[in-house]
Design a protein around this ligand. Structure first.
Ligand SMILES: [Zn+2]
Length: 134
């Protein structure tokens, strides 16, 4: 998916409407159009990047600081027990931080194991593969 076709890039360029809650040099924050709760927001880097770990250091800091600021605003405005973060970039192939207001005991409790289960792994092997990939 190119930046020309990307829904988030179209929103950033002002070609599609959104409910924007914040904008700075590196990111915008908008309400999710399919919210799970009041305050469910997306923090989207302005540069078209699929994977969040491909953001440069300045973008990473700015995008995560924007997410933190909006999370505090959500917490103050709607009083959820938590403001959770999820980042994947699967449905829309442009990295975005999802901010989920969450309550103690809701379906996000215990996530991701509550949804994905627990894998049986060799901890020493997995640890060494991660370290060796650095
Ligand atoms: Zn994009």
């Amino acid at each position: 998916m190119t930046a020309e076709e990307c829904v988030f890039c179209k929103i950033i360029r002002g070609e599609l409407p959104s409910w924007k809650v914040v904008e700075n040099d590196f990111a915008i924050g908008i309400l999710d159009t399919n919210p799970t709760a009041e305050g469910h927001c997306l923090i989207i880097p302005k540069r078209h990047v699929r994977y969040w770990h491909d953001l440069n250091d300045a973008e990473t800091a700015a995008v995560f600081n924007t997410a933190k600021t909006v999370a505090k605003q959500i917490k103050k405005a709607f009083k959820p027990d938590f403001v959770c973060v999820f980042i994947r970039g699967g449905r829309v192939k442009h990295a975005h931080i999802v901010l989920f207001p969450s309550q103690e005991g809701d379906k996000l409790s215990g996530f991701p194991q509550s949804i994905l289960g627990t894998a049986e792994i060799n901890f020493d092997d997995v640890r060494m593969k991660i370290i060796s990939a650095g």
